[in-house]
Design a protein around this ligand. Structure first.
Ligand code: NAD
Length: 373
């Protein structure tokens, strides 16, 4: 059983899908590890560190040769997988709804593509969840970026020269990233408020010392929502939410938006007209910029200024913390594969619940219900 760890090919991708720690652990399970030269560079891991952990470091062809499993942070180019065994597993964040052509190509080439972001939200799979591990870091970094771009301080300071007032931060979308953004903004001394469509988040917001701002006139999603996820809201709800945001946002200095709906474009939460009501020098970070954007005018990977307000469009935010992001991502992959490792067969054998949820392609076809349905 050979596992190949590729150097990420996507522009700006600094993470890596295995660390020396997980390499050692895979070897202890009985696997042989090949690591493409330079794979860990962006995450400050040297080739020698992988070698010391027991991996063979080589060029891409040597790494892929006879591989049974290919690991990636993002999906590798299907055309650049020559040498891997027929039917090899491609295990990575495959962004299936957006990268559908790539998924079709994995099928055509006979690979079994496993999309880690389709991991079901069940207790036993928590340690395998790349969305959680990466969103947590993204939420933290979003606040740091906002603080760096904000021309004022976050905490209230009483000085001999006068008082600096605390920044007001508003977090929209209180999933994993939003909760970490609240906690980080609080630690920096901001006055924090937050909103979500799921009623279960109200208590979580309060427990972090922030103020919940909720639409009360129209019912949101009671409890956690299906699988922990939100759905698209009714027109009536969206209208009530827009009114609520309009009255609240004009008083905010920092806004972090994180709202996502799986398989759909991110909901639009802030319009250009609402941005115009904010004080000049305020900062908005749109963590959903790559998924369609919560904020009108946000551009992934760029900072644009509208009405004197800086709008930071996030792009691969977790990747800017490449060492930690890689360590957590790699453990997610290890936790997943090791949980299903069959000692006798010396390979992982998936069960139905998780296998069916994450398997995109098999036997030359796309087989995943979320893509077919
Ligand atoms: P997400 O990234 O899909 O979305 C971010 C947040 O945006 C969510 O809280 C969502 O409700 C919110 N949102 C969507 N539309 C909105 C709108 N129009 N206005 C305001 N907010 C909106 O969510 P996530 O971070 O993946 O987490 C969702 C839930 O799943 C959380 O409760 C989390 O704790 C849970 N979870 C469970 C597991 C597990 O059990 N294995 C793993 C991860 C997360």
């Amino acid at each position: 059983m050979k596992i190949a760890v590729l150097r990420e090919a996507a522009a700006g991708e600094s993470r890596v899908s295995a660390t020396p720690e997980t390499v050692k652990k895979f070897i202890a399970l009985g696997a042989e590890l090949g690591v493409e030269r330079g794979a860990g560079e962006g995450a400050s891991i040297a080739d020698g560190d992988y070698e010391a952990a027991g991996a063979k470091v080589g060029d891409r062809a040597a790494t892929l040769k006879d591989a049974d499993i290919v690991l990636g942070v993002q999906g590798p180019d299907p055309e650049a997988l020559a040498g891997a065994k027929p039917g090899a597993w491609i295990v990575a964040g495959l962004n299936p709804f957006v990268e559908r052509t790539r998924v079709d190509a994995y099928a055509a080439k006979g690979f079994e593509a496993l999309a880690m972001e389709f991991m079901p939200r069940i207790t036993r799979a928590q340690s395998m969840d790349i969305l959680s591990s990466q969103s947590n870091l993204a939420g933290y970094k979003a606040v740091l970026l906002a603080a760096a771009e904000y021309g004022r301080a976050f905490p209230m300071m009483m000085t001999a020269a006068g008082t600096v007032s605390a920044a007001r931060a508003f977090i929209m979308g209180v999933g994993v990233a939003g909760l970490q953004a609240i906690a980080t903004a609080r630690r920096l001394g901001a006055q924090v408020s937050a909103t979500d469509v799921r009623s279960a988040t109200k208590e979580q917001i309060q427990s972090l010392g922030a103020k919940p701002i909720f639409v009360e006139s129209v019912a949101g999603i009671e409890g956690e929502g299906s699988g922990g996820y939100a759905t698209e809201m009714s027109e009536e709800y969206q209208k009530a939410q827009a009114e609520l945001v309009s009255s609240h946002i004009a008083k905010q200095d920092i806004v972090i938006t994180t709202a996502l709906i799986p398989g759909r474009p991110a909901p639009r939460l802030i319009s250009d007209a609402q941005i115009a009501t904010m004080r000049a020098g305020s900062v908005i970070v749109d963590l959903a910029a790559e998924s369609g954007g919560n904020v009108e005018g946000a551009v992934p990977g760029e900072t644009v200024v509208r009405h004197g307000v800086k709008i930071i469009g996030a792009k691969n935010m977790a990747g800017t913390l490449a060492a930690d992001a890689s360590a957590l991502f790699s453990r997610n992959l290890y936790n997943f594969l090791s949980a299903f490792w069959d000692k006798e067969a010396n390979k992982p054998i998936l069960d139905e619940e998780i296998g069916d949820a994450i398997r995109l392609t098999q036997g030359g076809k796309v087989v995943n219900q979320r893509l077919l349905g």
